[in-house]
Design a protein around this ligand. Sequence first.
Ligand SMILES: Nc1ncnc2c1ncn2[C@@H]1O[C@H](COP(=O)(O)OP(=O)(O)O)[C@@H](O)[C@H]1O
Ligand SMILES: [Mg+2]
Length: 432
Amino acid sequence: MENGAGPRGPGVLVIEPMGNAGRFLVEAADRLGVRLYAATHKDVHEGYPDRLRVALAGVCVTDLTDVPRASEDMAAFCRQHSIAGVAACFELFTPLAALLADRMGLPGNDPGLAWAARNKIEMGEAFAAAGIPAPRWAVAHDAAEAHRVAREHGLGRPLVVKPAEQGGSWGVSVVDGPDGMDGPERPEGAEAPDRLADAVRAAQRFTHAHPHGLELDTRVLLQEYIPGGEYSCDTVVSGGVAYPLPVVAKDTTEGRYRIETGHTCPSGLPAPLVRKVQQIAARAALAVGVRNGIAHTEVKIPPGTQTPYVIETGARLPGDNLCEVVEAATGVSEAVAHLQAVLGLVPDTVPSRTDAASIRFLLPEHGGELRRVFVPDLPGTHSEVHLRPGAVVPEPADSSCRIGHVVARAETADQARGLAERVAARSRVEMG
Ligand SMILES: Nc1ncnc2c1ncn2[C@@H]1O[C@H](COP(=O)(O)OP(=O)(O)O)[C@@H](O)[C@H]1O
Ligand SMILES: [Mg+2]
């Protein structure tokens, strides 16, 4: 597929740009004069938003779940279109992107480590090998094994249970309190709940990933719970040299399901701790083999300590409109830097302003049919509603329940967060 239009600069093949970062890559390619191509499945391509479809210089139609076939199809496409860089937009395609870049002799990530950026069990091994502060962990195939290995590893409670391969908090549970002692709400004689078994089942619910149907590792990761504030920090790496990007504060729900409620840049951390987060995030990116690309790293900092523990890193641009938040606050375009890195160029990562931006997500109180959404329009903010009335919204257990978001810009982080929170608090989401 080809539309022939577009600039005549270097070509970059993006392995599945249909996620949140796609629109930022499109803008960045436009600014840099890069020809942007997509590798995807025919059915997924049919669902692309118009603005993505028209911005692409061409599409390599293949089956991304069939690695030999996808590699052949994409290699032929790269030769035909003189592709100069390869980028994965979904972390599940990190190994495929690294293999392709290696095969074509293009700048890319280490194919020998690329699985560590996709699979959280291999990631845990890579972090341990590199001495990166991370939660203690164990692996289980089922609930009985989960009980046993959690005990053997002394992981205690709360305990985090998550799928080996997934994103968006899908299947992630924080299990609290001992099983079988469930307090006064349990009717007399009723069986003791096994919350760990429930969490293992929730984590194993996903056997294939949306939208390509890629088969997932259904093993479950049990992790020690790290308390404290949560932050993210992205790292661009070009030619093996890490360039840190700004640190962002992340807010989530409490309780069993940890869903992002918003992000704010700058993070509000003192400068030495910002540098520490950036350094640990860079080490995490290098540990999972990022050599030419970007990584999105999430950390938590236990109260009273100066140690960021890495929760996860993904060798891809961030989701959640973080590209917009970071650029509004600092002037740095992560998508521009990413494209520069996959082309082997020095990325443009120097902040050009010191403003602030914050995003809040509109979440439903419970699942059901969306009846009506109202979001007030305050100066300094803009909002987007993702779903139409009539849409069926899942229970708020992961990020797929999001109804919309609001972004606020201001001079300071507190002002930006306050403004975005005001809009979110005055918004009305009516569910049927
Ligand atoms: N070990 C942990 N300790 C404390 N909180 C955690 C831990 N692991 C995950 N979380 C919480 O759950 C969220 C989702 O988990 P994460 O590993 O980032 O999965 P996903 O790939 O779905 O984003 C995190 O952002 C964090 O709030
Ligand atoms: Mg995460």
